[in-house]
Design a binder for this molecule. Structure first.
Ligand SMILES: *[C@@H]1O[C@H](CO)[C@@H](O)[C@H](O)[C@H]1NC(C)=O
Ligand SMILES: *[C@@H]1O[C@H](CO)[C@@H](O)[C@H](O)[C@H]1NC(C)=O
Ligand SMILES: *[C@@H]1O[C@H](CO)[C@@H](O)[C@H](O)[C@H]1NC(C)=O
Ligand SMILES: *[C@@H]1O[C@H](CO)[C@@H](O)[C@H](O)[C@H]1NC(C)=O
Ligand SMILES: *[C@@H]1O[C@H](CO)[C@@H](O)[C@H](O)[C@H]1NC(C)=O
Length: 362
């Protein structure tokens, strides 16, 4: 006690006086208002203070250097008043460690929601959180997104963890409120997150080596690969130990009808639990379009190697279909060992187009 008081009394004033440059540098690494972002790109320890971002503006931190930490010290609220399609919060650069410290990013979605999502109605900010970096992103609550929640484009390993995305207020008018939209992604892990929304929990569009584990998805359209369009490649996906509760679909792969030059390969589902799926428990189709399935699978996009390992327990409501597979003959190939899939609750499904499924009886 005595020693530290003595130390503080004598030394602290000296330190304070001796380091004005350091203090100034530290102060300028705090983003107190969205215009401060211009000042912080050279900082390696950035704090984002609680604030309300004006309508029609993006809180955009870009060009951040490898090793930068970004920490929230309060809640970020996005003001309403402008219908526009920009993103709300974006983070881009090298290897970044983001820690939300449990604070909230609130997109004020209710002001935009009109039941038409990003396919129609009024303009809505497209993504509430846009990430283009590697490293880590954790411990934040994202709620009330006007359009989709996350867009993820990581050029190298990124782990997203302990994120709560709560869009439960959008249950009646929220639409297309996807959780994680993933494209141009390499080595992404999303783990220990809670997602409550009205569309795909995750939509994996273009990714190499992706792990989605230990998450819970409530109320939306399930865990989805796709919709896969021309030019997309998804290779190496492990979906493990997730809970999918009361979604339209549980586990789904959808490729876009009449598209080509794209592929889905090496997908493993392990130890997932789907309960109360209202349309399909497992669905793998090659006839998808945004306005619905055409009913006719097309050959342009091959799906190779899809397996169910461990124990995946998939239960649906009684009016739903437990498994639907619709492939163009010869376009679902490789090893489809489904011995780790147990289904119950709904109608028996079909394997149209002859995917080479073993270990599961329709
Ligand atoms: C940020 O930079 C602007 C000029 O671009 C300056 O006016 C402002 O004071 C700076 N803010 C801080 C916190 O340093
Ligand atoms: C992705 O991970 C693999 C396996 O750890 C590694 O070999 C590869 O270099 C990583 N790719 C990138 C772009 O970091
Ligand atoms: C899963 O995530 C929860 C927090 O969401 C955590 O408590 C639990 O330890 C995690 N389990 C595993 C196996 O990682
Ligand atoms: C096919 O898609 C890849 C991207 O995955 C792209 O680089 C390539 O140019 C495309 N090829 C053709 C013929 O369109
Ligand atoms: C499918 O899996 C087998 C092993 O089970 C592997 O040899 C093959 O390369 C995989 N196919 C693709 C397209 O990766």
């Amino acid at each position: 006690m005595l020693r530290s008081t003595f130390f503080s009394a004598l030394i602290l004033p000296f330190l304070t006086n001796a380091t004005p440059v350091e203090l100034a540098a530290r102060a300028s690494c705090t983003v107190s208002t969205y215009t401060d972002v211009a000042n912080v790109s050279a900082c390696t320890a950035i704090t984002i203070a609680g604030q309300t971002v004006p309508a029609g503006q993006t809180l955009a931190l870009s060009g951040l250097k490898d090793g930068t930490t970004v920490t929230l010290s309060g809640n970020i609220v996005f003001a309403t008043g402008t219908h526009w399609t920009g993103n709300l919060f974006s983070l881009s650069g090298g290897k970044i460690a983001f820690d939300g410290k449990g604070h909230t990013i609130d997109g004020n979605g209710a002001w935009y929601w009109d039941g038409q999502g990003t396919n129609g109605g009024v303009d809505k900010p497209k993504y509430t959180v846009y990430l283009k970096h590697s490293g880590t992103f954790k411990n934040v609550v994202v709620k009330n997104v006007p359009g989709h929640a996350f867009s993820v484009h990581n050029p190298a390993a990124l782990t997203i963890s302990a994120v709560t995305y709560d869009n439960s207020a959008g249950a009646s008018l929220g639409h297309n409120t996807d959780g994680f939209d993933v494209s141009s992604s390499t080595n992404l892990t999303i783990t220990g997150c809670t997602i409550i929304n009205q569309d795909d929990c995750i939509a994996i569009n273009d990714a190499k080596n992706l792990v989605f584990s230990n998450n819970s998805c409530t109320g939306g359209h399930g865990i989805s690969i796709g919709s896969i369009k021309t030019g997309n490649v998804v290779d190496g996906v492990l979906i493990s130990n997730n809970k999918v509760i009361s979604n339209q679909q549980g586990l789904r792969i959808k490729t876009y009808a009449d598209n080509t030059n794209a592929s889905v390969s090496n997908v493993v589902y392990k130890d997932n639990t789907v309960t109360g799926a209202t349309s399909y428990g497992v669905m793998i189709v090659q006839d998808y379009t945004n306005t619905g399935e055409t009913g006719t699978a097309t050959a342009g996009i091959t799906i190779k190697n899809v397996s169910f390992q461990g124990t995946n327990t998939v239960s649906t409501v009684s009016s739903a279909t437990m498994v639907k597979v619709l492939c163009y003959p010869g376009s679902c190939t490789g090893t489809w060992d489904w011995s780790g899939l147990k289904t119950s609750g709904g109608k028996k499904g079909t394997n149209v187009g002859g995917a080479p499924i073993t270990g599961y009886t329709f």
